[in-house]
Design a protein around this ligand. Structure first.
Ligand code: ADP
Ligand code: MG
Length: 378
């Protein structure tokens, strides 16, 4: 990827620039916890967006996307927004830096990536944080702190791409560190690195390639359930609840709200348990908690679907250490923690069985926990 970007940059702009990269992310555990003030536990992966960039001394940005094979040129004023969706991410980063009093001047860029698009690995956050990191380095002497870089990416999604996302994806992409997962407290925004040295294990995603079209905005309904229960309990978010408190009000809330809140409360504790287990090197417990999360998402939170439940069943049958839905649900991927010695058998079995039942194989995406945004040195 590096040499291809280098040679295309040279060909288009007749000079050399500086190389930057940032990564997509996984979330090992902690699903639907962010809007409840709980914990998430992401890590950056070895799938990246890489860009070569050089200031061009004008007030225009000129960018070539290798993967889309398109060129975009735009100015840096609010009215200069480019038409292409992919270029709006870059324009948004420029604008959000400028809005915060940072400096962005014209530049030339060529970029490419290998983060699968729309597979739940957050290729958009990788793109945003690659450019946010680069423009901080090139024009701002790295004076913008890392959290602000993540927020610049998040605001880009909100204000220029129509996606009302939380902070986890950009946080993971900016802060990611090789062989480390990060526990982010979505209430205080405090975070802590946990070494993830899964010797003898692989992490692999199975993308079901299904996305169920949903009629009645289930995400909002889940949020509303959580907010209702928090209100009944007299706490700000379910972060401040526990099962004892929840059981004490069980008769005054609907069964549906009870099970939604139960999942969220248990999931908060599971993230903490997984962190403890990792510190002890106890991968069996890590895996057990992943299965519990799947069960909770499927039965209590009801955001699974038959295809994802089937992938989870196959994982269990094959003796996979841990497996669960990753992401919001209703389709997308499972994330699997698999012992090296059963890996090949698991992948073959999952492909075969899933294909027999649903007419196509899941897409296999092995991932390694790697660095987030950084300057690429030779
Ligand atoms: P994801 O879940 O992967 O973040 P999104 O729909 O949020 O999916 O973001 C995908 C968008 O990000 C693409 O439509 C494109 O505009 C941009 N993008 C991601 N990767 C690339 C790439 N390699 N080249 C150009 N644009 C990209
Ligand atoms: Mg995205």
């Amino acid at each position: 990827m590096k040499s291809k970007i280098n040679s295309i940059f040279k060909e288009k702009f007749g000079k050399n620039g500086t190389l930057y990269a940032s990564a997509g992310r996984i979330n090992l555990i902690g699903e639907h916890t962010d809007y409840n003030g709980g914990f998430v536990f992401p890590g950056a992966i070895d799938k990246v967006i890489m860009a070569e960039i050089a200031p061009n001394g004008t007030d225009k940005v000129r960018v070539f996307s290798i993967d889309i094979n398109e060129f975009a040129e735009f100015g840096l004023n609010e009215s200069d927004a480019p038409a292409q969706q992919w270029a709006r991410y870059i324009f948004g980063i420029c604008r959000e830096i400028i809005k915060r009093g940072g400096k962005v001047e014209g530049f030339d860029a060529v970029f490419a990536g290998n983060v699968p698009l729309g597979a739940g690995l957050s290729s958009s956050a990788a793109l945003e944080s690659c450019f946010a990191f680069a423009l901080n380095d090139l024009f701002n002497g790295n004076t913008i702190d890392k959290f602000e870089l993540a927020r610049i990416g998040q605001s880009t999604e909100h204000n220029y791409c129509g996606v009302n996302c939380g902070i986890m994806d950009q946080f993971a992409s900016v802060f990611g560190k090789k062989d480390n997962l990060m526990r982010l407290d979505c209430r205080s925004m405090e975070y802590e690195y946990f070494p993830f040295k899964a010797d003898g294990y692989k992490l692999v995603l199975l993308d079901s390639k299904v996305k169920h079209a949903l009629v009645d905005s289930p995400y909002n309904k889940r949020r509303e359930s959580c907010e209702r229960v928090a209100k009944t309990l007299g706490v700000e978010t379910l972060r401040d609840a526990d099962m004892e408190k929840l059981n004490a009000i069980r008769d005054s809330i609907t069964a549906e709200d009870y099970f939604r809140a139960k999942y969220v409360i248990e999931e908060k504790d599971r993230v903490l348990a997984v962190c403890d287990a990792l510190v002890k090197g106890d991968m069996e417990t890590v895996g057990e908690k992943m299965y519990e999360t799947h069960e909770g998402l499927s039965k209590d939170y009801e955001v699974s679907c038959v295809e994802l439940d089937y992938l989870n069943d196959i994982a269990r049958e094959c003796g996979v250490t841990g497996s669960r839905i990753m992401g919001g649900g209703f389709g997308g991927c499972t994330i699997n923690l698999v012992k090296d010695e059963i890996y090949d058998n698991f992948i073959e079995t999952a492909k075969k069985k899933f294909n027999e039942k649903y007419g196509h194989e899941p897409v296999v995406i092995p991932v390694v926990i790697s660095d987030g945004a950084h300057k690429v040195l030779d």
